[in-house]
Design a protein around this ligand. Structure first.
Ligand SMILES: *Cc1c(COP(=O)(O)O)cnc(C)c1O
Length: 397
């Protein structure tokens, strides 16, 4: 099969930039500006309030949910878009806890993204029912799933190391022990193959501004296993999750199916961008994307280890155990990353010493990887990163 990848023409990337940070914020798809412009001018501008019906704004959260569902092995009607990922973590955890009322432990790992842990702790403390958030090292999760665990809340791909959990095996172990499972797919959706149906997890959440290229502030998504959705009591009982929002009942009645996980008014302009950015995934399968990202990240590791001996691999060496990113530890990592960005190779830095590089085969190819490593090797050999302008930390790293 001839690979369609990369599909660089689908993205507006600045001249001379090699973008290795699609794991934080995907680049701008070329069709988005006109489409968003039309949504603003023709829909908001001309239709005004009628846009909710005439432009189908109200149906967008479930329509986009179905399209994302197709990328993560979720059937139609099981995914809905809205809010931010932090909110969706809270909502999923609140629903999950209710399913296991006799247990008090929520298990996560120390590699989880902090907001997931903060949201979990905040919820558990407020419940005031004696719940405990227990975190163990990522590699110890399976062994820590004991019969006192109510909910296992994990991010499939570790944002710092790229290490990937075995989603199927952990889900099975948790369910065998009577626990409910929530997967955070922030670094999975659009990056690697996910099959929620096969794995059988009860809940999943994720964001759309990373590998799905929905743009800064694009909404999150939540999945609920279809057989459970009508039993879920949405913790955030917003009016748009009501069975009949425009009856303006004083009593909350949860809507049908996944609609009940909606909360408030959806971000229409941002969803317009997402509707276009998802088009890229109509052209190529997740399998093809995943295989190519493994090839690119393997090449990157090989070249960095050959040309940049001062860096230490901080990701699993086996591509099957990684997501779509590779991290290297380096004591001067922050400054070196700033110097690299100044030369047009954009990755990012995660405290305390991790240089992080994302590989998105939609717009990165072998030539980019080779060039990026040559520039990195040059920066390290010349120690240009010691220059004062690379030492000051910005608000966002
Ligand atoms: C990126 C990321 C988030 C971000 O949450 P927001 O509410 O969208 O800011 C949360 N969790 C994980 C695992 C992430 O990777």
């Amino acid at each position: 099969m001839v690979s369609k990848l990369p599909l660089k023409h689908l993205f507006q990337l600045p001249e001379g930039v090699i973008y290795l940070d699609g794991n934080s914020l995907g680049p701008l798809p070329t069709t988005v500006p006109d489409h968003v412009g039309a949504a603003v001018t023709d829909q908001w501008g001309n239709m005004l309030i009628r846009g909710w019906n005439d432009a189908g704004w109200m149906a967008m959260p479930t329509q986009l949910g179905d399209r994302i569902g197709a990328l993560i092995g979720a059937p139609k009607g099981s995914v809905v878009v809205g809010d931010t990922l932090s909110i969706k973590v809270y909502q999923a955890l609140a629903a999950a806890i209710e399913r296991v009322p006799d247990r008090k432990v929520v298990l996560s790992d120390t590699g989880n993204f902090p907001t997931d842990l903060y949201m979990a702790k905040g919820l558990l403390d407020r419940l005031g029912q004696g719940h405990e958030l227990r975190t163990v090292a990522p590699q110890d999760v399976a062994a820590a799933i004991t019969d006192d665990v109510a909910v296992v809340l994990l991010t499939e791909v570790d944002y710092r190391t790229g290490r990937k959990h075995d989603m199927a095996a952990i889900t099975k172990r948790a369910q065998d022990q009577g626990a409910v499972v929530i997967w955070d797919l922030a670094h999975s959706a659009g990056a690697i193959e996910v099959d929620l149906t096969a794995c059988g997890a009860e809940f999943a959440v994720g964001c759309t501004y990373k590998y799905l290229n929905g743009g800064p502030g694009a909404p999150a998504f939540i999945y609920v296993r279809p057989d459970l959705i009508d039993q879920v009591d949405p913790a955030l009982a917003g009016w748009l999750g009501h069975a009949a929002p425009f009856d303006f009942d004083l009593e909350y009645r949860a809507g049908d199916g996944i609609e009940r996980m909606r909360v408030g008014t959806p971000p229409v302009i941002q969803m317009a961008a997402l509707a276009k950015s998802l088009d890229a995934f109509d052209q190529v399968s997740m399998r093809e994307i995943r295989l190519k990202s493994a090839t690119l990240s393997d090449l990157f590791i090989e070249l960095v280890e050959a040309k940049c001996p001062m860096l230490t691999l901080h990701s699993p060496r086996d591509a099957a155990e990684r997501g779509s990113q590779v991290s290297f530890a380096f004591d001067h990592g922050y400054a070196a990353m700033q110097a690299l960005i100044a030369r047009g190779v954009i990755g990012d830095f995660r405290a305390p010493n991790v240089m992080r590089f994302g590989f998105t085969p939609l717009y990165i190819d072998e030539t980019d990887v080779t060039r990026a490593v040559d520039i990195l090797a040059d920066i390290l050999a010349s120690k240009i990163y010691e220059a004062p302008e690379y030492q000051t930390k910005s608000r966002v790293t």
